[in-house]
Structures are given as structure tokens and as C-alpha cells.
Design a protein around this ligand. Structure first.
Ligand code: C2E
Ligand code: MG
Ligand code: MG
Ligand code: MG
Length: 292
């Protein structure tokens, strides 16, 4: 690995990596140290049922807590890790840790939950990907049906033949596939017919101006309609207001993820949220006479 690092000096910058190249090279060097020092963490953001707001699962979101730079956002470090290949190592760790974490979450929730993990294009195309997946499931003892892997349209489009073979093998393990940032990539709807996909995640770009924007409303309605007819679940991302949640709920969007119903948080905070959720479910809907 050290040898690989030495060679990865000359980088091709993805458009998402902003800032001076010098800075990114030092950030890249710092990443290898960060792996050794254990500076990468996982946060968990609740995905809730729209009508009841009960937690159904969590999306795993990676964080890098740098000793002097503070929290480095994934939009800065994921593209670098994707370029130098470190994403395979980080991604394998995240997948396994998330599966182990789900078992702990369920000890608190007392009911089945699911865990959603982002898979980058390079991870998806890595030869070892299925091995990594099987190891995470076997190590955690988690059922494949409780795992959702989030990929983007671009991941499917790079090499559709290869993608199809991987997705079929995932389906054999009962792991579900979610299309992340749905509608923002370059692709055709034909892949919804071809690939075994279970979930569409409506990107925050289409949610943030709801309920006032007629165009965003039309797009969300069209996605919900499409999903309904194809038998897919929908998660709306980036829901920040009650008005957005109501709008989506009224139109049959079953799952909500956003700051309104829970920010990404460390595992201990996620467990506290699950405990609250459990107690709330045990409370009578109407306050009983005598309790107050
Ligand atoms: P994503 O998978 O689309 O994740 C959703 C992003 O939206 C997260 O940003 C989350 O914090 C943010 N978000 C959620 N609710 C709200 C909201 O109500 N308002 C706003 N403004 N933002 C909200 P985050 O954590 O910064 O991650 C950014 C991206 O980095 C992710 O987008 C994903 O593409 C990538 N990423 C994060 N963790 C991992 C990972 O473990 N592996 C890989 N391959 N990519 C990751
Ligand atoms: Mg995601
Ligand atoms: Mg997303
Ligand atoms: Mg997004």
C-alpha cells in the first residue's frame, strides 16, 4: 500500500474537488495518516416513515475528524479517495462497521431496522467488492435483506454489463439497491427496467424549494408515480421543513430523510433517538385521563 501511495502524487481532479491543488495534495497525504490514526468516523442519519415519523433505518455517512482542520466534509475527501483508491479500504471498513452497528441499533429498537451504505463507482467496480460485502454480512451476522446499497446513476452507466452482473449477485444476497441522487445523473430510464432496483432517493435539489416550486412539485410527483407503478420505494432526501414533509407525505412518499427528522449523528446519539422512538411508540396516542 505504501508503494501505491508514493505513485499517487499526480492526481486527476474531479470537478467536485474545489480549492488549490497544493491543498488537496496535502489533504491526500493527510488521509493516509488519518487512516492509520483512526480519524475516520461514521455518522448515521435516520430514515423515517413519513406518516408516523418512526425510524425505519439509517444512512451511514462518513466523517473525517482532522486534528487541526476539524471536520473535513465528504465532498472534499471522497473524490480524493476515489482517485487514489483509498475508497476501497475506507468503504470496506464503513460497510463492515455499519453492519455491526445495525445489530447494536436493533438491540435498542427491539424491531428490525435497515442500514443504507453509500458505494462509490470505484468500489462498485472493484474485483473484491462481493467478497467485502459477504465478509461484512458474515462478520456482523446481519441478514442481507437489511442492507441497502446506495449507488448513483453514473455507477450503473459506466459499464452496464458489469453492473448488471453485480446487481444480480447482490439480489441473490437479498441486499437492496437504492439509486442515490435520483434524477441528477446522466442516464436513461431504461436502466429501471433492466436492473433489479428497489429504492429511488429523490435528491435534495428537487425537495428544497417545495412546496412553492411547481416544477419541483411536478418532478417529485412524476418520480412518485413512476416508483409506484414500478413497485419501488421512495426516500425523499434533504427534508428540512414540515411543509416539505406534508407535501411529500400527501403524495404518497413513504420515507423521509432530512434535518427535520434527524441530522447525521454519531452512533450513541442515534441509539438515544431509537430509545425515544421506542418510548414514543409505547405511549397512548391520546393522553389518558388521570395521567396529566
Ligand atoms: P448522499 O449520499 O446523497 O448523502 C446525503 C447528504 O445530504 C449528506 O451529506 C447529508 O448530511 C446531507 N443531508 C441530509 N439531510 C439534509 C438536509 O435536510 N439538508 C441538507 N442541506 N443536507 C442534508 P454528507 O454527509 O456531507 O455527504 C455528502 C456525500 O458524500 C453523500 O451524498 C455521498 O455521496 C458521499 N458520502 C458520504 N459518506 C460516504 C461513504 O461512506 N462512502 C461513499 N462512497 N460516499 C459517501
Ligand atoms: Mg447516499
Ligand atoms: Mg443522496
Ligand atoms: Mg444527494
Amino acid at each position: 500500500r505504501a508503494k501505491e501511495t508514493g505513485k499517487a502524487r499526480c492526481l486527476v481532479y474531479s470537478p467536485r474537488t474545489s480549492g488549490a491543488p497544493e491543498h488537496d495534495i496535502s489533504l491526500e497525504a493527510a488521509m493516509f495518516q488519518a487512516v492509520r490514526e483512526g480519524e475516520f468516523l461514521l455518522y448515521y442519519q435516520p430514515i423515517v416513515d413519513a406518516p408516523t415519523r418512526r425510524i425505519q433505518g439509517f444512512e451511514t455517512l462518513m466523517r473525517w475528524k482532522h486534528p487541526t482542520l476539524g471536520m473535513v466534509p465528504p465532498v472534499r475527501f471522497i473524490p480524493i479517495a476515489e482517485t487514489n483508491g483509498l475508497i476501497n479500504l475506507l468503504g470496506a471498513w464503513a460497510l463492515k462497521a455499519a453492519c455491526v452497528q445495525l445489530k447494536q441499533f436493533e438491540e435498542v429498537s427491539k424491531r428490525p431496522l435497515y442500514i443504507s451504505v453509500n458505494i462509490s463507482p470505484r468500489q462498485f467496480r472493484n474485483d473484491k467488492f462481493l467478497e467485502v460485502l459477504d465478509h461484512a454480512l458474515a462478520f456482523s451476522g446481519m441478514n442481507g435483506s437489511q442492507l441497502v446499497l446506495e449507488i448513483t446513476e453514473g455507477t450503473l452507466m459506466i459499464d452496464p454489463v458489469h453492473a448488471e452482473s453485480i446487481l444480480v449477485k447482490m439480489a441473490e444476497r437479498q441486499a437492496r439497491i437504492a439509486i442515490d441522487d435520483f434524477g441528477t445523473g446522466y442516464s436513461s430510464l431504461a436502466y429501471l427496467k433492466r436492473f433489479p432496483i428497489s429504492v429511488l432517493k429523490i435528491d435534495r435539489a428537487f425537495v428544497k424549494d417545495l412546496p412553492d416550486s411547481p416544477k419541483d412539485g411536478a418532478i417529485c410527483n412524476a418520480v412518485l408515480d413512476l416508483a409506484k407503478h414500478l413497485g419501488l420505494s421512495v426516500v425523499a432526501e434533504g427534508v428540512e421543513t414540515e411543509a416539505q414533509l406534508d407535501y411529500l407525505d400527501q403524495r404518497g412518499c413513504q420515507y423521509i430523510q432530512g434535518y427535520l427528522t434527524g441530522k447525521p449523528m454519531p452512533a450513541h446519539a442515534a441509539m438515544a433517538a431509537l430509545k425515544e422512538d421506542l418510548y414514543a411508540s409505547l405511549m397512548p396516542i391520546e393522553p389518558q385521563a388521570g395521567i396529566r
